[in-house]
Design a protein around this ligand. Sequence first.
Ligand code: HEM
Length: 499
Amino acid sequence: MKPPPDGDVDGTFGPNAQGAPEGFIMAMTLDLSRWQFGITTVFHFMFVPLTIGLALLLAIMQTAAHRTRKDAERHDKWDHMTRFWRRLFLINFAVGVVTGIVQEFQFGMNWSVYSRYVGSVFGAPLAVEALLAFFLESTFLGIWIFGKGRVSARVHLASIWLVSIGTMLSALFILAANAWMQHPVGYKVVGNRAVMTNFWAVMTNSTLIGSFLHVLFSALVTSTMLILGVSAWHLLKDRRAGHTPQQVFATSAKLALVVGAVAIVATMFFGDNQARIMERQQPMKMAAAEAIYNTQNGASFSLLTIGDLSGNPIFQIRLPHMLSVLADNNWDGPVQGINQIQAKEVAKYGPGNYKPILWVTYWTFRIMVGCGILMLLLLAAGLWLMRRRRLEQSAWFLRFSVFAIALPFVANTTGWIFTEMGRQPWVVYGLLKTSQAVSHIGTGYVVTSLVGFTAIYSLLAAIDFGLMARFARGEGETDDHDDEPEPEPGDNRVPALVY
Ligand code: HEM
């Protein structure tokens, strides 16, 4: 099916979308709306992976505390650990929810044509996300925060596991909507709208399964790198062996190393799997990631490519045959080139430029993979030191670990920029172009909301960062609700928040 011409999905824009000055205004509205969505999404995704990963790690820590309850020393260590990381989790959770809500407003305001087009497909997964996953997450989070000593230890433990399951289900349903944009399945087009015909097909989309596993493990990597970095900072500050905080942070660092090492290998494995799916479903994104201009057998893997402004290579360093091996498991396997895919897309969808911005896709892909390799090396070095019982004494490793907290955030951000920018000019691949999806609103509105959101989000990020840094340093511990004495048996007072 050929998509309708730019700006004519619902007839609102008509031919004016192409002509000046209305065409120019629409182009401005489009660019600014894209910037706005990009900025707010990057901010939002600073918090999401930490919430998913920390919830699971807290569930593991609390389970260890529960299982060692008959051994006072070991129990105290795990319990102290759970209470310490819980504060960071709660701050992050609160800010993450606030930043997520704004995303929904933008669909209606900036992307109304898109919302109408995809509404019938997205309605079901997003409703299930809100009604099932988010309710599960929030309800049991409440029980976990306020229920200690008021519900049995088992129910309290079960509640953090249910919070963790809720965060993962949330990710699954949100990613289902995104995967549909990358690879639409289980729908038919009726008039100017896509209508869902098969919910099961949407939920078992191969793109969704690949992306869900990649995101889930990268979330675990993100939280383990935070735990490792903060623990390393404490271990550098206080080297009194046998001192309780030292033991707590040494155990936290070891847990982060073991879970982090498994998670980074899984992230890379599923990332590689996603690259193969992408080669089949969005070959232009793959070719753009690798700067392969012409179809080749035995294609080389680019380590560095510098191109001119029209996207042609000037200087390249490449590893022979490696891309064919990665994309096709075959030394001489074919990899399609940008120029040939462009010609095929013109034949299929009509005249237009089907290339994404090559330097963005090329560099974001490299930065994501590069951060992954650095984390893999760091975690492997940490495991080696741990085995030799030299982890707590290795100042160079601990210092590196503190700086490495930034790596997963950089990888997550570049990962999303690559996924979304690499799909351009499409917002829904093969069905709806981004230029067709934007609302017919004045540029002034978009400028105002862009400036407003950026300012508010920067403020929220600064507050979040300030609070996280304060609690990570161990300040403000006495404010914690957990430090209140536990209620006596028979004390049925209701927590104040319930009123
Ligand atoms: C060898 C390492 C890696 C490979 C081969 C890889 C591969 C990929 C690919 C192919 C995509 C795009 C998928 C698409 O557009 O359909 C992607 C996206 C993404 N990557 Fe990676 N990745 C790697 C490492 C990492 C690391 C270390 C992180 C974070 C800690 C990360 C986080 C992300 C995120 C958040 C996305 C966007 C969501 C998605 O499309 O799945 N990646 N990655």
